[in-house]
Design a protein around this ligand. Structure first.
Ligand SMILES: [Zn+2]
Length: 330
């Protein structure tokens, strides 16, 4: 299974900054050591043209040149530096590549970062500069339209299980019926002014495994009644975990794993390609956050294996079908 990373573009943060930058490298090290089934590839940067599928040219330019007004920079929460701008582009690039890989026969693929769902068309917010899932959805739709003109628009479901609401994504796709935005999030958590997604599920503080998994089940059922996707982008945020500083929910490791398995199983049984991204995770103990993410990869590797063996079976069936045709041909 391919997974794209950009953690070697480290953006310099002042001492004591609460963003856990080190977790990205730690996740990559553990994947390299413990899950050899994951092929780690460097992400390329998203281009201006790709970003402009979602973001305004003025905003893209201001991020590139470091000329955002101070208030806009503060809302992102990172100081500007060339490395910050580069990392933001690579983080989008990783999601683009993961989606392309998932659609192109991989079945599942991943971004070791991404899930920057608070970013809107013309501004960033809450550690999110560009909205990777939104750009990826639009680019995959454009690529699909070019390759499969007769088969209609690619419909994309963005399943956002980060504990914070995907307000940027919701706003970007507010009037776009070809992308379904689903967000399960803490009712009392950031952002305090939420944007309406196609389906929002608000969870109370202290929500545990059973309540969460039940809400997820009902949300997937409702999405299925209303929408038929051709691609799933899954924001597998680690911050609903009970060890998270910001999450306010109480999911155990087992609950988090059951959550990932439910989403991946849902996609697999419908043979929907799925790209997943890591989104938030602010564990009091950073190793707990990375452990949640490692578990997400372990589950994903199992479903990727199913995709690959089903592709092999299909290829073999096609080959034997072709053989019979040749044998019976005059
Ligand atoms: Zn979050």
């Amino acid at each position: 299974m391919q997974a794209f990373y950009a953690d070697h573009f480290v953006l310099p943060l002042p001492a004591g900054h609460r963003f856990p930058m080190a977790k990205y490298a730690r996740l990559r090290e553990r994947l390299a050591r413990e899950l050899p089934q994951v092929e780690l590839l460097e992400a390329r940067p998203a281009s201006d043209g790709e970003l402009a599928l979602v973001h305004t040219p003025t905003y893209i330019e201001a991020v590139h040149t470091g000329t955002l007004p101070p208030a806009a920079q503060r809302e992102i929460g990172f100081p500007w530096s060339p490395a910050m701008a580069e990392r933001a582009r690579r983080s989008v690039g990783a999601t683009l590549q993961a989606c392309r890989r998932a659609l192109g026969g991989g079945g599942l693929a991943a971004n070791l970062a991404g899930g920057t769902h608070h970013a809107c068309a013309d501004k960033g917010s809450g550690f999110c500069v560009f909205n990777d899932a939104a750009v990826a959805a639009r680019l995959m739709q454009a690529e699909h339209a070019r390759a499969n003109r007769a088969r209609g628009m690619l419909r994309v479901a963005i399943v956002d299980l980060d504990v914070h609401q995907g307000n940027g994504t919701a706003r970007i796709f507010a009037h776009d019926d070809s992308v379904f935005t689903l967000s399960l999030h803490g009712a009392k958590n950031f952002p305090f002014r939420k944007e309406p997604s196609d389906l929002d599920v608000e969870l109370p503080d202290g929500c545990g495994d059973a309540e969460y998994l039940d809400a997820l089940e009902r949300a997937l059922e409702e999405m299925e009644r209303r929408f038929e996707p051709g691609l799933v982008i899954y924001l597998a945020g680690a911050d609903p975990h009970e060890g998270d500083r910001l999450g306010r929910l109480k999911l155990t490791f087992d609950g988090m794993e059951a959550r990932d398995r439910r989403v991946m199983d849902w996609a697999w049984t419908r043979r929907l390609p799925l790209a997943f991204v890591m989104a938030g995770g602010y564990g009091t103990d950073m190793d707990a956050t990375v452990q949640v993410q490692m578990n997400t990869y372990r589950t994903a590797v199992q479903y990727h294996g199913r995709w690959q063996s089903s592709t092999t079976v299909m290829t073999a069936a096609t080959a034997s079908g072709a053989m019979r045709w040749h044998n019976s041909a005059p």
